[in-house]
Structures are given as C-alpha cells and as structure tokens.
Design a protein around this ligand. Structure first.
Ligand code: NAP
Length: 288
C-alpha cells in the first residue's frame, strides 16, 4: 500500500493507513458526473488516499458498483476498502448475506473493513458474531462499528473473541467536536481507531473562516495550503483519528490529498480551538 508521512496505525489491526481517505456517499451515479467521480477516486488512490469508504446504503448499492469500477485497475493489496451493513440487515444471516452482496457489487473477494452502519434493533452480540465469522471465512480482514457511543463501542468489542474492534466511524468536524471529550480518548485507550466522517460539515462548513482574511485562510496561507486542507489536518491531529472526505471531482481530490503533507503547529491548533470550541456538556453522539 502506498503510504505518505501521514500514515499511522489503524487501531490494533497492524495496518498503517493514510490519515486521509475517500468517502463515497452521494457521488454522482449517472452521466458525466459519474465518469468524473470514477476519475476522482482513481486520482485519489494514485495520490495515496487508498482508504475508500462506502456502504450498501449508498445509492442502494449503486455506489458500491461505481467504487468497484473505479478500483478495478489497481492492485488489490494497495487498497483498503471499507463497507457497512445496514442495521435493518444486521441479523447473523442478514449480515453475512449483505457482505456477500457488497463483495459482488465491488467485484472483490474480500473487504478490508466491514462495519455496522449504526446501532440496530438486532442483538449486538449476534451482529458482532456474524462480523467475526466473516473474518474467519476471509470475507473481511477487519471489523468496525459506526455511530457508536463509547459504552456501545466497548460493548461491541466485548462480544469479539479473536478479532479486535478496528474502528468507530463518527461525525466529526469543526462545528461538531463533542467526540473529543470522551469518545476519542476512550477509543485511544482501547486501541480503537476513530474515522471522522463529514469532516467539512456539509451545511455547517465554516464559510466565513475559510474566506480570504478568515482564520482558516490565514493558517492555510502560512503553510502554503488551503482552508480545507487545514480542516483535514485539524480533524486528524490525534494519533488514532482518520478521515474520509468525499469529493466528486479530480480538482477537489487533489486539494484534499495535499492535506496529508500539512502538520499544524500549536499556535494554529490553539487558534482553531478558540474559534470552534468543543460544545459544552455531555450531549449524545451526533450523527447525520
Ligand atoms: P464531507 O466529505 O465533509 O463533504 C463533502 C462535500 O464537500 C461535497 O459537497 C464535496 O463536493 C465537497 N468537497 C470535498 N472536497 C472539496 C474541495 N477540496 N473543495 C471544495 N469542495 C469539496 O461530507 P460527507 O460526504 O457527508 O462525509 C464524507 C464521507 O463519510 C461520506 O462520503 C461517507 O463515505 C462517510 N459518511 C459516513 C456516515 C456514517 O453514518 N457512517 C455518515 C455520513 C458520511 P464535490 O462532491 O462536488 O467534490
């Protein structure tokens, strides 16, 4: 796998993973946009963003097919492909069947990471047993959860016998920093990686701070980077945190990839911290 200086240990998996990967939710599924999205994913891989995040939910499976097309020219071992089972499918048999469907759409023999998309009404123990069975049968190398509170995460890990819980994928951006209070430290103590989704915050993107003269623009200028690169570097500054920005154009992917070269200094972090403080109180985990 291609690594940049920003690769770091992905939980207890023994894998070194680039801090910045690629999300795929809402990539264009048709027309010229689809072609550009495929080109963008390929460019991202060439630039070292080899961690691709998808899910059976995205485009009801069509996004997995697009990812399958995008990754086809690459050496399988150079990629880290993650997908997720829908909670409504997360019975023992349902999880196994969902994984097999995802593999077919992605045209792969195995996933690198398979996650439960969010807590489900099916017993967690049953889902974790199914995920571990998928590891034993070689259908996925590692397993994880998404949108899990610290206690839920610990409980998921407790149902695993021989496989460590690799990660918890959660909402984390400048205006949603609650995960810094407990979730990230608890994950770190337990050797669990955190994958930050929606790092740019969608409708909560900090436009003012990113405009010329704004805080993020000033920090970016100091480092010869861009405000979005500053955001990605801030979000991945803890040793166990990774992120998966989604971009559907080559230009956006190239900008995001450059963030891997950026390390913020203490002064930058303190300034961002003051402008976008961690929300007070112990609110439940936010999710999209
Ligand atoms: P995001 O990555 O924070 O933001 C995506 C938006 O930012 C898109 O509109 C994209 O535009 C734009 N963008 C990206 N790079 C840009 C650049 N360099 N310059 C300007 N605009 C740029 O939001 P997200 O898609 O919600 O989250 C990322 C990924 O996390 C998802 O794709 C998905 O894989 C995962 N996710 C997981 C969950 C979960 O429950 N586990 C929930 C949400 C998301 P273009 O598309 O036009 O490039």
């Amino acid at each position: 796998m291609m690594t940049s200086h920003s690769s770091k240990p992905f939980g207890k998996t023994g894998v070194l993973l680039p801090a910045i990967g690629q999300g795929t939710w809402d990539i264009p599924e048709r027309g010229a946009g689809r072609g550009e999205a495929v080109a963008a994913i390929r460019r991202g891989i060439e630039l070292g963003m080899t961690h691709l995040d998808t899910a059976e939910m995205y485009g009801s499976g069509r996004v997995e097919e697009i990812v399958g097309e995008a990754i086809a020219p690459f050496r399988r071992e150079s990629l880290f492909i993650a997908s997720k089972v829908l909670p409504s499918n997360a019975t023992f048999d349902g999880t196994i069947a969902a994984c097999e469907r995802s593999l077919r759409r992605l045209r792969l023999d195995y996933l690198d990471l398979y996650m439960l998309h969010w807590p489900s009404e099916h017993p967690l123990e049953e889902t974790m047993r199914a995920l571990e069975t998928l590891v034993e049968s070689g259908k996925t190398r590692f397993i994880g959860v998404s949108n899990f509170e610290p206690e839920e995460m610990e409980s998921a890990a407790s149902y695993l016998r021989a496989t460590p819980l690799a990660c918890n994928q959660v909402l984390y951006h400048l205006r949603e920093r609650g995960v810094e209070r407990r979730l990230i430290p608890v994950a770190r103590e337990n050797g669990v990686a955190i994958v930050a989704y929606t790092p740019f915050g969608r409708s909560k993107f900090p436009r003012e701070a990113a405009r010329p003269g704004g805080l993020l623009a000033r920090i970016a200028e100091k480092h010869g980077a861009t405000p979005r690169a500053v955001i990605l570097a801030f979000v991945t500054r803890a040793p166990n945190v990774f992120t998966i920005p989604k971009a559907s154009s080559v230009a956006h992917v190239e900008e995001n990839a450059r963030a891997a070269q950026l390390t913020l200094d203490e002064e930058d972090v303190t300034a961002i911290d003051a402008a976008f403080p961690v929300e007070p109180g112990d609110a439940p985990l936010a999710m999209l």
